[in-house]
Design a protein around this ligand. Sequence first.
Ligand code: SF4
Length: 400
Amino acid sequence: MKRNSNQLVRLDDSALAGESEAISPASAKPLFGLDTVSLAARMIEMGEPAWRGPQLAEAIYRQRLPELSEFTTLSKSLRQKLAVEGWQVGRPRIAQVFRSVDGTERYLVECQDGVTVETVWMPDGDDGEAGDGSEVDDADGELKERAGKSWRRATICVSSQVGCAVNCQFCLTAKLGLQRNLTAGEIAGQVVAVLDRHGVEVGRDRVNLVFMGMGEPFLNYDNFMAAVTLLVREVELSPQRMTVSTSGIVPGIERFAQEPADLRPKLAISLNAPDDRVRDELMPINRKWRIEAVIDAVRGVKLRPRERITFEYVLLGGVTDQPEHALEVARLVRRTGLPAKVNLIAWNPGPGIAYTTPRPEAVEAFRATLVDQGIPAYLRRPRGRDIYAACGQLKRTVEE
Ligand code: SF4
């Protein structure tokens, strides 16, 4: 599909003024990324009482203040002392915004060293959470329009690495290769910057996180789980509103299965093929960990009530969208023996990738076949295709 460049809207910098602090030299020490205990330890090292740690965490993660100068619970002298010692909030900042005609926003989020990653805001979601039971977690059982907000629920898609080494053949991010892992603060910082931009009230607004942006989270496991821990324990988001997607890194899935239920996000497996032969071609990682090994690892996850494993399946026209493929996928999903659902994604085009988008009739026939086989199947709505924000399209596309 040829991109309509008129739809790629770069907002000017004035639209972002006051949103976050300017990037400081890489030598500056970021407070963002440290949990309450670590913040208290830093305070003690500076000769301050330990209770300054929770005070700092409150300002950084709950009040989401992007600059030390706004920390009015600290004395001016302490703020100065922190600054003199090189400390700053150091939260990644939204450097550019691209807004889709459908309301989706794609951000270039800049880390302290100037590296940028992509984060996406999808007001009203993309139906990726359909059928997972989380709808009934809303406090009063219904969605309410929040005063002054144009959205009732939203999904934030978060990156875990700069680029990606997994090299899925249908994915634009793969073209970047892996540039570096993101730190826990850089992963959690994307979320907090976007929550801040949209005035999200944690605990009241319904916001889902999907770790499905640039990168393979389970190839940056420690930083990914440290970011989740910050988001759960410090920002106070629910892990049951988070989903991490993996291409099938078996040792990562095995570690993930051991995470405590009050910290573990939901799991999605990026399956994308009906068998090992096709998957070997589309996802070279399959040559290392076969579908059977991935499914065995998934069986080790102890699901919470109403939780399901999600299988993500990108439909490529003529390659993975045939009725016999759907029958094979149903068989694979049944083999897990776990409550599961399939999220279908009609492939989103990208330059230099020689696949075609499936016909709408093929997509519907695929979904209907899965449902006939007793497998819940949902079609994810493509969001932000015009701004290269849709699944598999994140590649820091900035040209106008
Ligand atoms: S689909 Fe995900 S795992 Fe595969 S190359 Fe793209 S970003 Fe990496």
